[in-house]
Design a binder for this molecule. Structure first.
Ligand code: PLP
Length: 243
């Protein structure tokens, strides 16, 4: 039997990548004076098939993030009962707000009033409030989702008064760059935006920023949640056409 067909090998490979990601997080926490364990790892499992999520779950991961609603529903149903905390991080169409409000613990990608209002209306009374991050388009990229920086305060105040949402903080996906200085500059602007909101009386405790390529820069600027896909799971399979 070849090594690669050994049943444990997929688990070993995952565990190795997980250990590398955890080491990167721990090193960045130390380097930037952040308390050990203060940065939470969110596993971005979009386009990964259910058996791969099960392997990740067996290593102890319990928080998974998905970007495509239909695909997410299939996995949520297949893995029901495992105590997974599901996070939605993709663009939100208004006809998906009911399903998202019923199935997810967190939504990181709220970027307009209509979506926020609908998520609050659809959050079942039997569940705890939906934990929400406001997505900021920090580099004002025309093709990207997210609220423009100058509109963040108004939207944050709107979300904060909705009864079934709990506004926890800001999320961002900065313009792609390999330059660590530029990565940090974008994250620093989001951190300052959050500090400004807190000075206005909003009690935000979450900065959802940092992905496989820039988690160090994000942690340097105060990220409390990093959203990691490829560094954990390897290259993403193409997105299945389910719609
Ligand atoms: C895909 C995705 C990630 C993960 O990106 P990687 O580069 O694979 O780590 C993080 N956040 C969002 C919003 C994503 O869509």
């Amino acid at each position: 039997m070849s090594l690669t067909s050994h049943p444990g090998s997929e688990m070993d490979a995952f565990q190795e990548r997980l250990a590398r990601v955890r080491a990167r997080i721990a090193r960045a926490e130390r380097a930037h004076g952040r308390p050990p364990g203060s940065v939470r790892l969110l596993a971005v499992s979009k386009t990964q098939p259910t058996p791969v999520l099960r392997v990740a779950w067996e290593t102890g991961l319990r928080a998974f993030a998905e970007s495509y609603y239909q695909e997410a529903v299939q996995k949520i149903e297949a893995l029901a009962g495992l105590g997974i905390e599901w996070h939605f991080i993709g663009p939100i169409q208004s006809n998906k707000t009911r399903g998202i409000a019923q199935r997810f613990a967190w939504v990181h990608s709220v970027d307009r009033e209509k979506i926020a209002r609908r998520l609050s209306e659809h959050r079942p009374p039997s569940m705890p409030p939906l934990q929400v991050c406001l997505q900021v388009n920090i580099d004002r990229e025309p093709t990207k989702s997210g609220c423009p920086p100058e509109a963040v305060e108004t939207l944050a105040r709107y979300i904060a008064q909705l009864p079934r949402l709990r506004l926890r903080g800001l999320m961002t996906i900065p313009a792609a760059t390999q330059d660590p200085e530029r990565q940090r500059a974008a994250f620093a602007r989001v951190r300052r935006l959050q500090e400004h909101l807190n000075a206005q009386g909003l009690a935000l405790d979450t900065l959802s920023m940092g992905m496989s390529r820039d988690l160090e820069a994000a942690i340097a600027e105060g990220a409390t949640v990093v959203r990691i896909g490829t560094a954990l799971f390897g290259p993403r399979p193409p997105r299945p056409r389910t719609r």
